[in-house]
Design a protein around this ligand. Structure first.
Ligand SMILES: [Zn+2]
Length: 344
């Protein structure tokens, strides 16, 4: 019953958002203008799919305490334990302070992260960086101690400003528990931004913060620690979950290129945005999946199949091929993304 209420709430929220954006307007000129704003309305698919995912799982997304793993010297992960809307959090401990990667959703989760950092080290948190603007990744920044230098890619800052509030409202509709986590959230702007790359030097360990264009979002960022060859992939790399193309800003084609570049970094350990920690095979698997969807979509489109036909035929094929991957609701979005951007 609970799920049903929440799911219908979601549907209404999605529809009202689109209507607010004037998407259903009868005025043609306004409609054209609003088509340009489709990105705002394009949140509707994420609402519906995520609602489905959250309704299916019905678990409050809490960062776990007492589970933190040391994955290499200086480098720790607070694992997501495969709970939807809980990301893997990175903690890098150097002589000159700590860098935290992602906060969890809302200040309550960020407090858990801060508690875990205290258990590892007495060093102060010098830096926070966020892999992308989605609420479960960065919207706990306000709980970090004053004086923490917050670093985002410029594209992420712009996207946060454009979509942050809408995403908070949407996520609040997922469940009363999520609404509670997000109620106190204030959107925090970074102290420092970078275009493509920034380096954070913690004395005896350094991190490269990288932004290589749009993939899962417009502002995806990932973190590479060259000395230990550890990569934090954000949601560009997920483990045994289907990659998510939440709205019209997702870019499957650049996503593939980005994964090719990531493979060239030759990481020994890969921390995905969601799912278990692994190695470079995770990047290859993600790339192979996206290439498979792209190639099948293009093949079917070139034979004259409509988008609806492709979805109908290809989705079951993908589900069968990737049986042990979670959240298959997102397959359709990947098909649509490649279909709509295919030249053929
Ligand atoms: Zn995300």
């Amino acid at each position: 019953m609970w799920s049903l209420t929440v799911c219908s709430g979601w549907l209404l929220a999605a529809l009202s958002l689109c209507m607010l954006a004037g998407f259903f307007s009868n005025d043609r000129q306004l409609q054209n203008k609003q088509m340009k704003n489709l990105r705002r309305c394009a949140v509707a698919p994420i609402i519906l799919v995520l609602a489905g995912v959250v309704c299916a799982q019905n678990q409050t997304p809490l960062i776990p305490a007492g589970k933190t793993l040391e994955i290499a010297e200086h480098i720790y992960v607070i694992p997501d334990q495969r709970v939807n809307l809980v990301p893997n959090i990175g903690v890098i401990v150097g002589r000159d302070g700590v860098l935290v990667i992602d906060t969890g959703m809302g200040p309550k989760n960020a407090e858990t992260v801060l508690g875990e950092v205290k258990k590892i080290t007495s060093e102060r948190i010098a830096y926070l960086t966020v892999t992308h603007f989605h609420p479960e990744h960065g919207m706990g920044a306000q709980a970090f101690p004053p004086g923490t230098t917050i670093i985002y890619s410029m594209a992420q800052k712009t996207e946060l400003m454009a979509k942050g509030k809408d995403y908070i409202s949407m996520f609040k509709g997922f469940s009363p528990e999520i609404a509670e986590l997000l109620k106190p959230v204030r959107i925090i702007m970074p102290n420092v931004t970078f275009a493509e790359e920034a380096e954070v030097n913690l004395g005896d360990v350094s991190a490269r913060l990288l932004h290589w264009g749009p993939a899962h979002t417009l502002g995806d960022e990932f973190v590479f620690l060259p000395e230990k060859r550890v990569l934090f992939g954000g949601d560009v790399v997920v483990n045994r979950f289907f990659p998510i193309m939440p709205d019209g800003d997702a870019n499957g084609r650049n996503w593939i290129k980005m994964l090719e570049r990531m493979e060239k970094l030759n990481p020994a350990i890969v921390v995905p945005g969601h799912g278990e920690v692994g190695d470079a095979v995770l990047i290859a698997k993600m790339r192979e999946y996206l290439e498979f969807v792209r190639d099948r979509v293009e093949q079917m489109k070139s034979q004259g199949s409509t988008l609806a036909d492709v979805e109908k035929r290809l989705e079951p094929e993908i589900r069968a091929k990737y049986k042990d991957w979670g959240n298959p609701n997102w397959i359709k979005n990947a098909i649509d993304n490649f279909y709509n951007t295919s030249a053929k």
